[in-house]
Design a protein around this ligand. Structure first.
Ligand SMILES: [Zn+2]
Length: 746
């Protein structure tokens, strides 16, 4: 979920997966591997000085939260004073960033502690701090005098021209925070904006809560033999999810129909929420909520997003149909009298097809993926690509919130210490069941020329190691670990001047690029081979098993992508111009146009679409990030995933900039390079083919698209055709570029 809060706008990605418990013995590991494969050692902390959470001395007790909060608010006052009294220039932006830093350093830390600390007293103290800082931020975002100090700079063309591009961009981003808060409105309208915001907070919460509420049905209404599949509650059956993996068609169908049965109250909440968002967007000067949400992203506006999704649909159409055909064949086998593929069949049937064609039982893989082995793998990968090592450090007394939290120092071979990653990897009750990356402190250049080191937390929900066995990861958990480490390295390798744009503090549709890229590494045998070995025997993971795993992911890839496109389009339409039809009518229409499986009467899937809250109008982000990650992979790592020179290039051109550089500029920088490779391989156009020339873009798009049908199809062992997922990603990217140019109208 991304938490919306202008000055504090911080991204917090959520991906949840199931957890498995497995285990046995230990072999020998490198220091970082050993640290993660061993159980935490209880240290006698009685005689050691408590250094406070994250080494903040005041936070050795709950009272400390008030102290650090007070100090931050005092600093804020001084900095506001300074910003308003200093003549406009680079110093204005620096002051704003310091202001944001002193608030974020406390608020981000508290934001994390409030969800993760095992002690409720700490959680409570942190929560209070979050509220107090949040209120201050709201006030600052509508502080007319403060805004004027920035506007004076932005309006002065001469001064602006003298600033470096990063400073200019950060100035614009700060101004953007003021604008979307309605700073330019008169007093009455500003009050209206505040009221709408308050109303939205409430509606968001209501919708989020309702999304996960189970539905109930009288037991008598359901055949007896399926009662056991659901929660029984007296004379009722309670259904709290889609049971998408249930082998029984009837169980899936009933779960789908009942869990998605429309709830009038929720319907009202959603319509009110969308109308409220629209009002707010219009009030602060945007055509629609989507227009407001997309400003500052790679896509920039709703037209680009819709073009992107439409073109992608057109291109995938045939393949999606083939996937559904394949599912139909499978369903006919099980249920010859009722072979039509329904929405509740899609995930189940694709899973069955995968399992039938490739033997990919997770427990076969997990002995090779002990947590220590995976950490060794990450360490070795980062050393080879970037020259950085992950060093396990013993946290001091009181520094971490739970004794099984590990601390990693990230050290570059010549640049030295780059930052710290706290690894809160193991399951415990009361901890959010999500895999997330939290920024605790952003990197920034300090006045004395030193660099404020970034500090982050990675949160996973892995089983703890036991006396006899380390934690063993399923392939999905391993992929998740790599994904989250991608976010962490974005933070660690960022060297932006301002913390406001460091690491993951970038456009939503760009933020997942480094993490999705890591999923490519996690699926490449040349990388896996370096670390996957049996925790008892030391045997390496057979290459054929990796190949099977990778192949299996391609099954039904087009249909899965199409489902994501449908969700993304629905999110766009809901946040576009208000419509005179109901959200269900819109869903029905979009499902028919953009999915392919029929709408089921008396269902309202949209009422379970919780991403509408955190990702409003930006649900497409994941697809777009995937497209860009695919491009980076192909350009830099496809040939050699351990290539140092390309690792450095990737760091220099993308990771280092965080959100400090317009995302499209970073992408274009890459793209120039790509076009050379492409023209070389195509044996034509050896001249400069920079893609800002859109005629060339179009040409290249066609070229690539032409190449898709032959190079993109892979045959599995039994001779079935599959679309190579990498190719899908590639197509996504080219279509995205293409739609961009169409939009410009060239
Ligand atoms: Zn992520």
């Amino acid at each position: 979920m991304s938490v919306y809060n202008p000055l504090l706008l911080r991204l917090l990605r959520v991906r949840s997966r199931a957890v498995l418990r497995l285990g046995r013995k230990v072999t020998t590991w490198s220091p970082v591997g050993a640290a993660f494969n061993a159980q935490a050692v209880r240290r006698p902390e009685l005689f050691n000085k408590n250094v406070g959470l994250f080494g903040v001395p005041e936070l050795s007790s709950t009272e400390g939260f008030e102290v650090v909060q007070k100090r931050a608010l005092q600093e804020t006052e001084q900095l506001v004073e300074k910003a308003c009294s200093t003549p406009p220039g680079a110093v204005t932006v620096e002051t704003f960033d310091k202001l944001s830093d002193s608030l974020c350093r406390v608020a981000d830390l508290a934001d994390f502690i409030k969800v993760a600390h095992p002690d409720p007293q700490y959680r409570e103290a942190a929560e209070k701090t979050c509220i107090n800082i949040g209120t201050t931020v709201e006030k600052l975002n509508t502080n007319v005098e403060l805004c004027k100090s920035l506007k004076d700079l932005l309006d002065n063309k001469e001064l602006m021209a003298k600033l470096d591009p990063e400073t200019r961009r950060v100035a614009e981003l700060f101004m953007f925070d003021f604008e979307i808060s309605g700073i330019h409105l008169d007093k009455k309208q500003r009050k209206e904006a505040v009221n709408l915001n308050v109303q939205l907070l409430d509606l968001n919460n209501q919708f989020l809560m309702g999304c996960h509420m189970p539905n109930r049905i009288d037991k008598k209404a359901l055949p007896k033999h399926i009662h056991q599949h659901f929660t029984n509650e007296g004379s009722y059956i309670q259904i709290g999810g889609l049971h998408a993996d249930a082998p029984d068609d009837l169980v899936r169908e009933i779960a789908y129909r009942i869990f998605l049965y429309p709830n009038e109250e929720m319907m009202g909440t959603l319509e009110e929420l969308l109308s409220c968002r629209n009002k707010l967007a219009k009030l602060v000067g945007y055509e629609s909520f989507a227009h407001r949400a997309l400003k500052g992203t790679m896509a920039k506006n709703p037209d680009t997003v819709m073009n992107f999704l439409q073109l992608l649909t057109d291109k995938l159409k045939d393949r999606t149909e083939k996937d559904f055909e394949m599912m139909k064949d499978m369903k006919t086998k099980f249920n010859p009298r009722n072979p039509a593929v329904m929405p509740w069949d899609h995930p189940y049937l694709s899973g069955v097809i995968r399992a039938e064609r490739f033997n990919i039982e997770p427990s076969l893989y997990s002995p090779y993926f002990s947590l220590g082995a995976c950490m060794e793998g990450l360490n070795s990968l980062f050393t080879q690509l970037f020259g950085v090592s992950l060093l396990s450090e013993q946290p001091s007394a009181g520094e971490v919130w739970n004794e099984d939290v590990r601390k990693l120092a990230v050290v570059h071979e010549t640049e030295g210490l780059m930052g710290y990653i706290y690894c809160d990897f193991f399951y415990r009750p009361d901890k959010p069941h999500q895999d997330c990356h939290f920024t605790i402190r952003g990197g920034r250049l300090l006045d004395d020329g030193q660099y404020q080191l970034p500090v982050v937390v990675l949160m996973l929900n892995l089983p703890s190691p036991t006396r006899s066995a380390p934690t063993l990861l399923t392939p999905a958990m391993m992929e998740n670990l790599f994904h989250e480490m991608g976010h962490a390295m974005h933070s660690m390798l960022g060297r932006t001047r301002y913390q406001h744009v460091t690491g993951t503090r970038c456009a939503t549709d760009f933020a997942e690029v480094p993490s999705i890229l890591m999923e490519y590494f996690a699926a490449d045998y040349r990388v896996i081979n370096q670390f996957a070995r049996h925790y008892q025997t030391g045997q390496p993971l057979p290459q054929s098993m990796v190949a099977r795993l990778c192949e299996s992911k391609k099954v039904c890839g087009a249909a899965d992508t199409q489902l994501q496109i449908f969700y993304a389009i629905l999110d766009q339409v809901y946040h576009g111009k208000p419509q005179s039809r109901s959200t269900t009518d819109i869903l029905m229409d979009m499902q028919q146009k953009y999915y392919g499986l029929p709408y089921v009467p008396n269902t309202a899937w949209q009422l379970r679409f919780s991403h509408l809250i955190g990702y409003g109008a930006k649900y497409y982000s994941y697809l777009m990030s995937r497209a860009v990650a695919s491009m980076v992979w192909r350009q830099c790592f496809h040939k050699d995933p351990l290539n140092r020179e390309n690792g450095e290039r990737y760091r220099r051109e993308m990771l280092a900039h965080g959100g400090g550089k317009e995302p499209m500029l970073m992408v274009e920088g890459k793209f120039t390079f790509r076009s050379e490779t492409l023209s070389h391989s195509a044996g034509r156009h050896n001249k400069d083919m920079h893609l800002s020339h859109s005629s060339h873009t179009l040409e290249i798009c066609h070229l690539v698209l032409e190449a898709v049908p032959c190079s993109g199809v892979i045959q599995d062992i039994q001779g079935h055709d599959h679309l190579d997922l990498n190719i899908i990603d590639g197509v996504i990217y080219y279509l995205f570029r293409w739609s961009q140019d169409l939009r410009i109208g060239n």
